[in-house]
Design a protein around this ligand. Structure first.
Ligand code: NAD
Ligand code: UDP
Ligand code: UDP
Length: 337
């Protein structure tokens, strides 16, 4: 049943932009489990319908192919803005479109939230800290970002989106939730988007060399997707006084070489570790300070890398065995691909 504006009575109707992607599809699973109706909006630029195929017959799920750079007029009770290519290969493929997605997409989704007077979540990123000179990174740190490098379209787009969120909050009283997400991994990552966890696992499963960029001494902290989504939900449910930005990630830090060795030890096989040039502006270290998330959301990750990798390897074993063609694709359907 709907009211005059088209919104359902009783059941919460939520919009997830970027819902056919890695994180978006896990979020949708969780929201459907919560009892919500979900509208997934995605232009399938990097997303894949196979991530949401299992929801096709669900009467509480709806998919709309749409680019968030254009206005969207729908009636919902809550907005989760995740639409944006996330891996360096993907966001550098069409950098202008990447910035447009972050900035125009944020303006449109904020305009929608303003008209409907509903809470809106923004998937921001640890990339807004750039190559950080403070370690680990607390939310108060303003970052060290190159404005004109190959990563800038993503980093500066996401920084501008944060500015827009806080200005809509101050100027129009919007209930915003800005999460700074640190490296997250798990099933449904793209097999070929160049991110380190998927790259290393697929390379090891296929017996190919494992490509360490630089000497592998750079660090990252890896959060399993299920932990991250729990953080998202707690943030949205934290009430109208909690706006962030809040870091969400796993504070246990590994060098990239350690990650390669761990993946290889788990999968075995004949792969060798080989060094390749470090990409420009590649941050040397990254680890979240999650004090704020612990205090304000009572949240911390619980799935260790060991277990998360086992689950992710199980997923990629299926992809490598049953859908090898997907690994060769770069999933750049749609916009200027
Ligand atoms: P993903 O590429 O799997 O998902 C992004 C989704 O957005 C895709 O389905 C894509 O098709 C869609 N999309 C892209 N441009 C769009 C547009 N203009 N209109 C509509 N849909 C569009 O990436 P992900 O890892 O799931 O990332 C989701 C969000 O989380 C992104 O905003 C990303 O910046 C953020 N994030 C992710 C990580 C991580 O480690 N995975 C870390 C920090 C931030
Ligand atoms: N917008 C939208 N859906 C809505 C309301 C607004 O996509 O339901 C878009 C609209 O295109 C506008 C943007 O959001 O350009 C920002 O809206 P806002 O009301 O803040 O600004 P204005 O319309 O005054 O430019
Ligand atoms: N990396 C690597 N080999 C790969 C892919 C990535 O050594 O095959 C490195 C990359 O240079 C970076 C780290 O792993 O230092 C994380 O890369 P990813 O693209 O996953 O995430 P981001 O750089 O955005 O944190």
């Amino acid at each position: 049943m709907s009211n005059s504006s088209g919104r359902s009575y009783g059941r919460r109707r939520v919009l997830v932009t970027g819902g056919a992607g890695f994180l978006g599809s896990h979020l949708i699973d969780r929201l459907l489990k919560r009892g919500d109706e979900v509208l997934c909006v995605d232009n399938l630029f990097t997303g894949d319908k196979s991530n949401i195929d299992h929801l096709a017959g669900n009467p509480r799920f709806e998919f709309m192919r749409h680019d968030v750079c254009f206005p969207l007029f729908v009636e919902v009770d809550e907005i989760w803005n995740l639409a944006c290519p996330a891996s360096p290969i993907h966001y550098q493929h069409d950098p202008v479109q990447t910035t447009k997605t972050s900035v125009h997409g944020a303006i449109n989704m904020l305009g929608l939230a303003k008209r409907l007077k509903v809470p809106i979540f923004q998937a921001s990123t640890s990339e807004i800290y750039g190559d950080p000179s403070i370690h680990p990174q607390p939310e108060e740190y303003w970052g060290n970002v190159n404005t004109i490098g190959p990563r800038s379209c993503y980093d500066e787009g996401k920084r501008c989106a944060e500015t827009l969120f806080f200005d809509y909050h101050r100027q129009h009283g919007l209930d915003i939730k800005v999460a700074r997400i640190f490296n997250t991994y798990g099933p449904r990552m793209h097999a070929s988007d160049g991110r380190v966890v998927s790259n290393f696992i697929v390379q090891a499963l296929r017996g190919e060399d494992i490509t360490i960029y630089g000497d592998g001494s750079q660090t990252r902290s890896f959060c399993y997707c299920e932990d991250l989504i729990e953080g998202f939900i707690r943030f949205m449910e934290a009430g109208p006084d909690v706006h962030g930005p809040i870091n969400l990630g796993n504070p246990v830090e590994f060098t990239i070489r350690q990650l390669a060795e761990t993946v290889l030890a788990k999968i075995g096989g004949r792969s060798k570790l080989v060094e390749e040039p470090l990409p420009q502006d590649d941050p040397l270290q990254r680890r979240p300070d999650i004090t704020k998330a612990k205090q304000q959301l009572d949240w911390k990750p619980s799935i260790e890398l060991d277990e998360g990798l086992d689950r992710t390897i199980a997923y990629f074993r299926t992809i490598v065995a049953e859908k090898p063609a997907r690994i060769g694709e770069r999933h750049l359907a749609g916009v200027n691909a």
